[in-house]
Design a protein around this ligand. Structure first.
Ligand code: ADA
Length: 568
């Protein structure tokens, strides 16, 4: 797994990143032609990457094939895919292993008794859309496709540790915690195995037991509760982390965890008992030359630019970001909002009622929780963004997601971003009300903000949600990098700087608003084909352009965020 630390020490792991053979399959004839048996003709493409950045493929959507031979020393094999956009079918030596839907989460396959020698791994990947797609075809980003994160081939044996979950409760003084570790274990053999399992917290053994698993069985083992004293709390800018480790005779899995308490009380957000104001940006994990296959060095650079801006929070709009990035946030003390790509106006009321859409949405939430649960930086689970929340189907899906995330998501705020605050019928299903509003750009003007907040306050109170604070989850306007003016007209850097300053000052001074995320951190490529007829083919609302060059708005927002920091 691509983490910022070594998460496994016992298994032999080969990273299959590098060049793969690649073919497009516009006529969908690849299966009939037996591509799944592997091939060495066609072009070569890097993994991870998106194919749209290759010459001639910028607008290609549909089926493609990837093929690679790799050496395996024999035994039980685990193939781990960290993310493939969007639908993947996987064959090993011509035999179908299975499939996975959803472009931003990891999935894996286990194969027993693989012979020593070279083997062929072939994938059919499809990024086309239909009525059941999440996201739908209409999105405000680019329709990239490809193996966007790393691929690993690992040798496993006997009892393997497939997942860890860390749960804890803090006492009122936040000095003591009762904690437990849940390990998911899997017998990778085709016969029964009994194995010792040892649990460690902060390098100290806390529990040991024997577990018996039948062939191919998966079971969870939960440690007894243990207490941790003199807690060092994880906080903004104070990233105190502890380690957990579970080991069997043949495998181990290590993770980093943190103790923190997030609460919504009296219209405020409290982190570790202290009121905080969220000062954030929305960030796509996208760079036009690499699409969603985002380079790790640039993740680090983005964080430096965002910290320099004075932010304490990032919204991972609009999909689970790579774990490597969230690891960085854990270790820098930055708050994170993680959501699934159930985006916007593409979802009509009707599509939200389709059984496959509901089932896929829930599966995406399940995968996000399982894969990201232990990150202390994640304080918000986002259910969806700008779906038609005035409709009954949106109510039903929100209820389903909210109940699932509240029950299983740990100590976190559950919410969604609404763009129809005056018509929304789902407000019951959020701990904080999050508004996406574009006064001064799509409608209204820079002076409309206070009036709009007042109007919504009345509705909120009348509905009985007066206790729910507000986060301005999106607001912003486009500016073309380098375009200046004497008269502050739209599309210029000056207009954007002024618009954002007015909006942020209004939010900061309104007691109902407990945070704000500027839309958006960086300009990013968007999709003409999806109806996004935007200047340059980019969403230009970034504080920095796509190459991370700052606009005037970056310095205007920095001035305010720095001032607010000084007020505390
Ligand atoms: C919406 C949406 C964003 C972006 C933004 C915009 O609020 O959630 O993804 O499209 O609008 O720039 O219009």
């Amino acid at each position: 797994m691509s983490r910022i630390f070594v998460d496994r020490t016992k298994r032999k792991s080969a990273c299959l990143d590098g060049m793969w053979f690649f073919k497009t399959d516009a006529d969908n004839a690849g299966k009939e032609q037996g591509f799944f048996m592997g091939f060495t003709d066609g072009m070569q493409i890097a993994v991870p990457s998106v194919w749209n950045t290759e010459f001639g493929l910028i607008e290609y959507n549909g089926a493609v094939w990837y093929s690679k031979d790799f050496y395996f020393e024999g035994g039980n094999l685990r193939l781990n895919f960290e993310a493939v956009m969007t639908y993947a079918e996987v064959w090993l030596d011509g035999k179908l292993l299975g499939d996975h839907y959803g472009g931003f989460s990891a999935f894996d396959f286990y194969v027993n008794n693989v012979e020593t020698g070279f083997h062929n791994l072939t994938l059919r990947v499809d990024n086309s859309f239909d009525k059941n797609s999440i996201p739908q075809k209409k999105v405000d980003w680019y329709h990239y496709g490809g193996i966007i994160r790393s691929v690993y081939a690992e040798k496993v044996a006997e009892t393997v540790v497939t997942n860890l979950r860390f749960d804890y409760n803090l006492n009122d003084a936040l000095t003591l915690a009762n904690a437990k570790i849940t390990a998911e274990l899997f017998n990778s053999e085709s016969y029964e195995i009994t194995s010792p399992v040892t649990f460690f917290f902060d390098s100290k053994e806390i529990f040991k037991t024997d577990i018996t698993l039948s062939a191919g069985e998966t079971k969870k083992v939960v440690s007894p509760e243990f207490s941790v004293e003199n807690i060092r709390l994880w906080d903004i800018g104070k990233p105190e982390l502890y380690s957990i480790l579970v080991a069997t005779n043949t495998d181990d899995l290590y993770d980093r965890v943190g103790f923190r308490k997030i609460e919504v009380k009296d219209q405020k957000i409290l982190l570790n008992g202290n009121q905080i104001e969220i000062r954030g940006v929305n960030r796509h994990e996208e760079y036009p030359d690499f699409g969603f296959a985002f380079p790790k060095s640039l993740m680090n650079r983005d964080i430096d630019i965002i910290l320099n801006l004075g932010c304490n929070a990032i919204r991972g709009s609009h999909y689970p970001n790579s774990k490597y990035f969230v690891d960085l946030l854990d270790s820098k003390g930055i708050l994170f909002w993680s959501e699934i790509p159930m985006w916007g106006v593409g979802f009509t009321a009707e599509t939200l009622g389709l059984p496959t859409v509901i089932e896929r949405g829930l599966t995406m939430h399940k995968e996000m929780l399982k894969q990201y649960f232990n990150h202390p930086s994640i304080i918000i689970w986002g259910m969806h963004n700008e779906i038609p929340t005035e409709a009954e189907n949106a109510y039903n899906i929100s209820k389903l997601f909210y109940n699932f995330l509240k029950e299983n998501g740990g100590n976190r705020i559950v919410t969604y971003a609404t763009y129809k605050p005056m018509e929304d019928i789902c407000l019951e299903f959020c701990d904080i009300i999050c508004l996406n509003q574009y006064y001064g750009w799509y409608y209204g003007n820079n002076d409309s903000w206070q009036e709009a907040l007042n109007e919504f306050r009345e509705r909120r109170n009348a509905l009985g949600y007066g206790h729910k604070p507000i986060i301005m989850s999106e607001f912003g306007c486009a500016a073309i990098y380098g375009d200046h003016t004497f008269t502050n007209i739209r599309w210029t850097e000056e207009y954007q700087a002024e618009m954002l300053s007015k909006a942020i000052t209004t939010f900061h001074n309104d007691s109902m608003v407990c945070g704000f995320y500027v839309w958006q951190y960086a300009d990013m490529r968007t999709c003409w084909e999806a109806g996004m007829t935007r200047a340059r083919g980019f969403n230009n609302k970034g504080l920095v352009n796509e190459h991370r060059k700052p606009k005037a708005s970056y310095f205007a927002v920095k001035k305010l965020y720095d001032e607010f920091k000084g007020e505390q």
